[in-house]
Design a protein around this ligand. Structure first.
Ligand code: P6P
Length: 336
């Protein structure tokens, strides 16, 4: 007898009891992300067909050309989160400052803030390579009923209550954690439902895939150079395979399934690395640790980094525990 696969909606409800906070709102928040993911997926999948490709002429705070799909995804997630009246604030890669969402019901104050990279890997959009959405959810720290404050967003990754990503790839998947493991759901576009396809996802402790933009090799710190050479040595289970898609969500997702390590180190070109702590590294680090993996800047656990600004960048090494620890060992030894 074919066992009907659980939908994401059913899974959220069934597991809300395991969530240590008043989970009704978190469930509703996750459902609004589910809805936005379907809407964005629809556009991403037809991006090549309609005039939604090509920079909209603006640049975001990172100085990157804003692709129309970036702007579209940003608008859709903000609209959906606002309409559901669950969050009190949103920060986005596409927005210079955080957005305050005032409650539509004076008898109910929202207590969650969301940080989001609405379409990560956007430079891949017009070459038909996978892109993703990354989200990170916290409870606000300032008193309910007072205006949302920057410190509601500048929380350590260890304070996240939920995090996840959508990968718009050969199939569209939503992968998330609320601190009780990582589960992956695949969208059946014919009926518009996400089904539990990857229960209890875990990074293999070891792997033989390394993901780094080797074009930056000459600019890397010595420890990273030494680690890359280690990956390429003919020894034991090496040389490893190099796989780099240029889309964090896709590289992370493949490495979590097959085993592997992703590195975006600091360099003379990017002294703090390129990836943003709050809406790329922290959510991916939460997922990695919940999936028996590891994430750091080479020395400090990513989720222990004390944030100082909304769009700050940090070096990022993430993936199979033994591979990350080996890279950290090379970073430490190079310092001596
Ligand atoms: P580079 C995409 O812009 C991104 O933020 C990640 O998704 C990706 O891994 C990385 O940057 C690619 O950067 O400098 O190698 O092109």
């Amino acid at each position: 007898m074919s066992h009907k696969k659980q939908t994401l909606g059913e899974f959220i409800i069934e597991n809300q009891a395991s969530f240590k906070y008043s989970s009704g709102e978190l469930s509703s928040l996750l459902n609004s992300i589910r809805l936005a993911a379907k809407v964005v997926n629809h556009e991403v999948n037809k991006a090549g067909l309609v005039d939604i490709i090509g920079a909209v002429g603006d640049t975001n705070i990172q100085g990157e050309d804003q692709q129309k799909l970036d702007v579209y995804a940003n608008d859709k997630f903000i609209q959906t989160l606002t309409k559901r009246n669950i969050v009190c604030g949103i920060a986005s890669e596409e927005e210079d400052d955080f957005i305050t969402i005032n409650s539509q019901d004076e008898n109910h104050q929202n207590k969650y803030v969301v940080l989001i990279d609405p379409l990560d890997g956007s430079s891949n959009i017009d070459v038909n390579v996978s892109v993703g959405t990354i989200f990170s959810i916290y409870r606000r720290v300032t008193p309910v009923g007072t205006p949302v404050h920057l410190k509601d967003f500048l929380q350590k990754g260890s304070e996240q209550v939920a995090a996840g990503y959508v990968v718009y790839g050969t199939s569209t998947m939503l992968v998330y954690t609320t601190g009780d493991g990582v589960n992956g759901f695949t969208l059946n576009p014919a009926i518009g439902s996400f089904y539990l396809s990857h229960p209890d996802m875990q990074f293999p402790e070891d792997g033989n895939i390394y993901s780094v933009n080797e074009g930056n090799y000459i600019h890397f710190p010595q420890g990273i150079k030494d680690y890359i050479k280690y990956c390429q040595l003919e020894e034991d289970d090496r040389p490893y395979t190099s796989r780099y898609i240029g889309s964090l969500v896709s590289d992370f997702h493949r490495n979590m399934i097959k085993g592997g390590i992703y590195l975006y180190p600091q360099s003379s070109k990017n002294p703090n690395g390129k990836l943003r702590l709050l809406y790329e590294c922290n959510p991916m680090a939460f997922l990695a640790e919940q999936a028996n993996g590891k994430a750091s800047d080479g020395f400090t656990r990513t989720m222990d980094v004390e944030p100082t600004e909304l769009h700050q960048r940090v070096p990022f090494i993430c993936g199979s525990k033994n591979m990350v620890e080996k890279a950290e060992e090379f970073m430490r030894n190079a310092k001596r």
